[in-house]
Design a protein around this ligand. Sequence first.
Ligand code: 3PY
Ligand code: MG
Length: 249
Amino acid sequence: MKYSLSNKLLQGLPLVGTMVTLPSPELTEILCSAGFDWLFIDLEHSAMSIKDTQAILQAAGQQVPCVIRVPVNDETWIKKSLDIGVSGIIVPQIMSAEEAAQAVQWCKYPPVGSRSVGIARAQGYGAHFKTYIDSANTETTVILQIEHINAIHNIESIVEIPGIDCLFIGPYDLSASMGKMGHVNDPEIGAAIAKVKKCADSANLPTGIFGMTPEVVRPYIDAGFILIAINVDTMIFGDAAKKIVAASR
Ligand code: 3PY
Ligand code: MG
């Protein structure tokens, strides 16, 4: 697969993406030409359907790898997302090794996992069936979100689960679970994130993180986080619109 994100992650260089929440193929084309290295398509908090998401993937084509964040750690969401032909899956709110193993299992075809075999866009509507099923287990990027204090407590066992390609920090949910909602720069949150990084490093697992601005994520890039998501399409557009209005008053 030309657009494999797993291969890019293995190179160890920072990959900068942004969050897509609007069902607009045109906006996706604009984000692809802006130069992002990957797109984080969010089905957890957006109003997008699987059909909307397929149109986004069609717009991105082979230009930029897209990853879908499923709403919940769930077999149906994972298989439907994979079958529309995405580079990887982000599973939110992983709290334990058992949950991590379950997510990986749903992302992989047998004998490694239990993903159901179908024919859809991912398999070239049948035309690339064999090529796809032969490569999907290694080419599909499995990203698990660490974003709850329970996950921090269980991080040593989570990193041991085979088949995880990246651990991605959700600083907002993490801060909420620690009674400090939105205080993503709080030292206690920083210490929890540092613990994840240390354990991930010892297991040779790449790490990623979300932040609202390049300045917020800079220290994490410097610390070796490589899968970086900055800002959300709606806010990028809203901020640009506000600047025009302010500058013309
Ligand atoms: C969070 O900060 O909770 C996120 O999920 C961002 O990706
Ligand atoms: Mg979150």
